[in-house]
Design a protein around this ligand. Structure first.
Ligand code: FE2
Ligand code: FE2
Length: 235
């Protein structure tokens, strides 16, 4: 029996994990759907952390950083599966982890790109246009990076779904998905470092409280969250 667990976080919604055995999410055991405890050489459920996101929509920059940590962890999950299994048939926990990570990058991660490209970047560019060409160039490079990453994610998704549907990948397909994931890891290391260490501090200096609140408000609207799911501080 395959159970589907919806995991709600403030940053990306909805995220669904499918599992054929007990799934552990952070310290929370979902025993309603499963009977026996997992026997995992590696705990693939670790990327999902319920209730561990410190930031709220009142702190949009903090939320964006939280999303970066999720991107890193889900990418690491994909890499670990690709490197250890090399296209071979997957166990139940591995299938669930692969599907969960693919779903994250297909359904949730794009909201993060929209947060940056539609809410944060335009406001920063407005300020930078007044005399900060270095900032403008940095933002343009980050946008270009998003496009390149999207292309890689699309191919990874196709190969990953084929792996799930057919049960295995050919040797060339396995090498291709592993290679794409390694390239993405290299890309994200630089891209995320630029955003965390240069862009976000710049946003803190350039944007006033009203502008930051507007970014947070747009991020919240983008996810169409019900008010009752939001922490009071985010309202
Ligand atoms: Fe980005
Ligand atoms: Fe980002």
């Amino acid at each position: 029996m395959t159970a589907v667990i919806s995991v709600f976080s403030k940053c990306e919604l909805p995220l669904k994990l499918s599992s054929t055995s007990e799934a552990r999410i952070g310290s929370l055991y979902i025993k309603k759907y499963f009977r026996s405890p997992p026997r995992l050489a590696y705990d693939y459920s670790m990327p999902v952390q319920i209730g561990q996101t410190a930031a709220t929509f009142a702190d949009p920059i903090g939320l964006l950083k939280d999303c970066h940590r999720r991107i890193e962890r889900f990418l690491e999950t994909l890499l670990r599966i690709a490197d250890t299994k090399q296209g071979a048939p997957l166990g139940g926990d591995e299938r669930a982890a692969l599907e969960g990570a693919l779903n994250y990058f297909r359904d949730a991660a794009p909201r993060h790109t929209e947060d940056e490209e539609d809410s944060l970047f335009p406001r920063l560019m407005e300020h930078a246009a007044a005399g900060d060409p270095v900032a403008l160039a940095m933002i343009a490079e980050l946008e270009d990076g998003h496009e390149q990453a999207n292309a890689a994610h699309e191919e990874i998704d196709r190969l990953g779904r084929r792996w799930l549907a057919q049960g295995s990948l050919t040797a060339p397909e396995a090498a291709r998905i592993a290679g794409l994931l390694r390239e993405l890891r290299t890309f994200y290391e630089r891209h995320i470092a630029t955003e965390d260490n240069e862009l976000f501090p710049l946003a803190g200096r350039m944007l006033d409280a009203q502008e930051l609140a507007a970014v947070g408000s747009e991020m919240r609207a983008r996810r169409r969250l019900q008010d009752e799911l939001l922490p009071r501080s985010a309202a």
